[in-house]
Design a protein around this ligand. Structure first.
Ligand code: PLP
Length: 415
């Protein structure tokens, strides 16, 4: 469910036509819907109501300050993977005590900063990281709350690039070493053990891998308990998929209902770190057709947006729906929708039947997560504008970059 719908022939973002938004802010651009973001957050909040919980939006999915601020106002927590994301969350009004710090390469400066502002928990991914956090905490006369990211070795059945819970992945601590790590942590003066966590991958379309991993990790919680190591929060990561096309992932409320069954009689706080399932369908990417081109084999719609703006199709072969912003009765043909970047992988969609002409606008749906955040300046292309729609109001939440900004920090050699 999102708020990008046709009324008559026109695609709307909430109460505004996408055509009007594009005319005002230019193309390419990302358009986000506040109502959709809020709705997706509330689905988790309602499903978890009545059990202690935290919903920590995975900032890496969409780190725009406007987006983070909308969620912070709802009381969201945040899952971060860098010091930069920490600054963004605090600037956007997020509460430090609701921040979880994930990621396997935390630097000394990042750890110090997170300790200083008093985040909720560090999700630890190695023995060496645990020692480093302990040393920094002791030097600062603080106690660092930690959770250990356990690799449950379950196959999430997703794309290999976004699968993270298998033995061969670089993430987490193998289940066989985790108990030892907790024993060590329990002896460290700078560490307080809070939780246990896992994150098995992204764009998961079935509940089984989650439920499997939960069973495995709960067994570990009980073993730890027998040794006197109490786990007060259970963080099941993010990773729930969204319907980009024909996939039918479980609704978050369905997943959470099944998860809650596993926690009957357990007081532990349930933590979730959804990114994609909150933000993906709350955004579209809007691009204008510059040229139509016919080759012997193919029709191409050459658009002003490209892989540097939205890399998921090029990077993962991801399929995202592409629709005309204004429906028309123009002749239909099958097109590859491609950008101007000098790479053959520069496409937004292949073999799409569209009724279009040069100058028309296209919308790539489900672009609110892993869209703008993965964009680059390849081919000296300024990163595009981001716009937030709130009912019949539109707000520029990120200016389109200028070319001058792109090389403002570069220097030529002296004469
Ligand atoms: C990427 C990531 C998430 C969010 O994943 P989604 O698939 O966007 O829900 C959550 N937790 C961790 C540790 C991550 O790396």
């Amino acid at each position: 469910m999102d708020h990008f719908k046709y009324k008559g022939d026109s695609l709307f973002a909430e109460d505004l036509t996408v055509s009007d938004i594009a005319a005002r802010y230019g193309t390419p651009c990302f358009i986000y819907s506040r109502a959709t973001l809020e709705r997706h957050y509330r689905v988790y909040a309602e499903a978890l109501a009545g059990h202690p919980h935290k919903i920590c939006f995975a900032v890496k999915a969409n780190s725009n300050l406007g987006v983070l601020n909308v969620l912070a106002r709802l009381g969201a927590g945040f899952d971060i993977v860098s010091g930069g994301e920490l600054d963004r969350v605090l600037t956007a009004g997020g509460d430090a005590s609701n921040i979880i710090f994930s990621g396997l390469g935390k630097t000394t400066n990042e750890i110090r900063k997170a300790l200083d502002v008093g985040i909720h928990c560090f999700n630890v991914e190695s023995e060496a990281e645990l020692s480093r956090i302990n040393e920094i905490a002791q030097a600062e006369e603080k106690i660092a709350p930690i959770s250990v990211r356990v690799n449950p070795n379950v196959d999430a059945g997703t794309h290999p690039y976004i699968s993270t819970g298998l033995k061969e992945n670089k993430f987490g601590i193998p289940a066989s070493n985790a108990i030892d790590l907790y024993r060590n942590a329990a002896k460290m003066d700078g560490i307080s053990i809070m939780g246990i966590d896992f994150h098995i991958g992204s764009q998961l379309t079935t509940v089984e891998p989650f439920l499997d991993a939960i069973d495995r990790i709960l067994e570990m919680v009980d073993k730890l308990d027998e040794e006197g190591i109490k786990i007060s929060h259970f963080d099941m990561g993010g990773g729930l998929g969204v319907p980009y096309g024909k996939e039918e992932p479980p609704h978050p409320s369905e997943l959470i209902a099944l998860v809650r069954e596993k926690f009957t009689g357990r007081e532990m706080e349930i933590v979730v770190e959804p990114g994609r399932s909150i933000a993906a369908n709350a955004g579209i990417f809007v691009t204008r057709i510059e040229y139509l081109k016919k080759s012997e084999q193919k029709n191409f719609a050459i658009v002003d947006g490209a892989m540097n703006d939205l890399i998921r199709p090029a990077l993962y072969g991801a399929w995202q729906e592409i629709v005309p912003v204004e429906k028309s009765s123009k002749a239909a043909a099958v097109y590859d929708v491609v950008g101007p970047v000098c790479e053959s992988s520069d496409f937004l969609g292949k073999d799409r039947e569209l009724n279009i002409a040069a100058g028309d606008l296209l919308a790539v749906r489900s672009a609110g997560a892993y869209g703008f955040v993965m964009s680059s300046n390849y081919n000296t292309r300024p990163r595009v504008a981001e716009i937030m729609i709130d009912c019949s109001d539109s707000y520029l939440v990120r200016e389109r970059e200028t070319v001058a900004e792109l090389f403002a920090n570069e220097y030529m050699l002296p004469d």
